[in-house]
Design a protein around this ligand. Structure first.
Ligand code: GLN
Length: 386
């Protein structure tokens, strides 16, 4: 192909390829065990797969409504009422999306204008900042405080200005595994009360929370719910990240703006999957049992690496465990993650990539949404490191 010689000005000049793609490719190249990108390496429910197949055979293969199919929105509304005591109107306040990422992108695009500030808590998931910047918004950073990764609300308060359009939160948090408490939510409520500040709450790991902690959805807090887009993921809950299915909740006024954008990004999402999920969601045990399921995995993984030289605080939620390698090497985390993949055969994600200034605390993120066998093989390798 001949080179394009015209003028081309990048809209995201700083962006490379996402770390998940880079590390998964490196894991494949070196045949390393891939604990980098967050996805389960076990199957999703065969029943769910059969349902998709059934709906395809029954002919549910054309466009779904832009907002998502009504039975799915209705069962989501019932779930929100059940779990969080929150009332969302399925007609006007719930929308099915092409995964959490599209929901986040559409929400930001819908409300962030040129020059608006958006407060981000970092380390932050990597799709937040590009979405803000593409809208001409300005990310304003607040760092979580290691080692517990709690939020310093005084600092958040200081960063609020008359230009603050939105505060983004993520609980359980990717990459740290930290979980926000009721106290955190009340602080956020206090800061935003009486202002025009919106909240974007990424709650895709809502069911993956440990040690008896309760997920503090913004939906539980009326003062927050009324100003929030809340993002959820079917992929995380049903072990089907490749389906790219999620949903967003927001009060009518916000949802109206969301839909204005969403309809021109994807218009609508996969029809037979929506029908299958609507039926499958009737079985509440599936999502109510997820915390136990993943707590066993977290516990097993940390049990297996106890003899290693990595240090850690058990994750409170999500399917990620951070490991501190400062006793092993002084290398930069990005270099160490690459070396670990090539030489030891275990791929992880260096946490510095989630900071805008690449803060290197010598932490790597490992995904434990893997079979016990995979966790054993990975841990065995990690324990050989002297
Ligand atoms: N959410 C997943 C993670 O944190 C990755 C998704 C992706 O690859 N973009 O690893």
């Amino acid at each position: 192909m001949p080179e394009f010689n015209g003028m081309l000005r990048s809209k995201l000049p700083q962006a490379g390829t996402t770390i998940f793609t880079v590390m998964s490719a490196l894991a494949n190249e070196y045949k390393a065990i891939n604990l980098s990108q967050g996805f389960p390496n076990f199957e999703c429910s065969p029943k769910l797969v059969s349902l998709v197949n059934e709906y395809m055979k029954k002919g549910f293969n054309q466009y779904a409504p832009m907002q998502g199919i009504m039975p799915l929105r209705e069962i989501i509304a019932a779930k929100m009422q059940d779990l969080y005591g929150a009332t969302y109107n399925p007609e006007k306040e719930i929308n099915i999306t092409a995964g959490g990422t599209e929901a986040i992108y559409a929400a930001i695009t819908a409300v962030v204008h040129e020059g608006d500030e958006v407060i981000i808590i970092e380390p932050a998931y990597d799709c937040y900042v590009p979405a803000i910047e593409l809208s001409g918004g300005i990310p304003i950073y607040v760092q979580l405080k290691a080692p517990t990764y709690s939020i310093d609300w005084e600092e958040v308060k200081k960063k609020v200005s008359h230009r603050t359009r939105m505060i983004m939160i993520n609980t359980p948090q990717n990459p740290t595994g930290a979980v926000m408490t009721e106290k955190d939510m009340k602080q956020l409520d206090n800061i935003t009360k009486g202002t025009d500040i919106l909240v974007l709450s990424d709650e895709v790991y809502e069911h993956i929370i440990f040690d008896g902690l309760k997920h503090q959805s913004v939906c539980r807090f009326p003062g927050l719910a009324e100003r929030s887009f809340v993002v959820f993921s079917f992929g995380k809950t049903y072990h089907a990240t490749g389906w790219k299915m999620g949903y967003v909740l927001a009060p009518e006024k916000l949802m109206k703006e969301f839909r204005r954008v969403h309809q021109f990004i994807v218009f609508t999402v996969n029809t037979p999957l929506q029908y299958a999920l609507a039926e499958y969601m009737e079985n509440k045990d599936e999502y109510l049992g997820l915390a136990d399921f993943y707590q066993q995995k977290r516990d097993y993984f940390i049990h297996l690496i106890k003899g290693s030289r990595f240090k850690f605080i058990p994750a409170s939620g999500s399917y990620f465990q951070l490991l501190d390698y400062s006793a092993i090497s002084k290398e930069k985390d990005t270099d160490y993650a690459i070396r670990l993949t090539k030489e030891i055969g275990v791929a992880s994600v260096p946490v510095s990539v989630f900071y805008h200034e690449q803060l290197d605390n010598k932490f790597l993120r490992f995904c434990f949404a893997k079979t016990n066998e995979t966790l054993e093989q990975a841990a065995e390798k990690l324990c050989t490191i002297k």
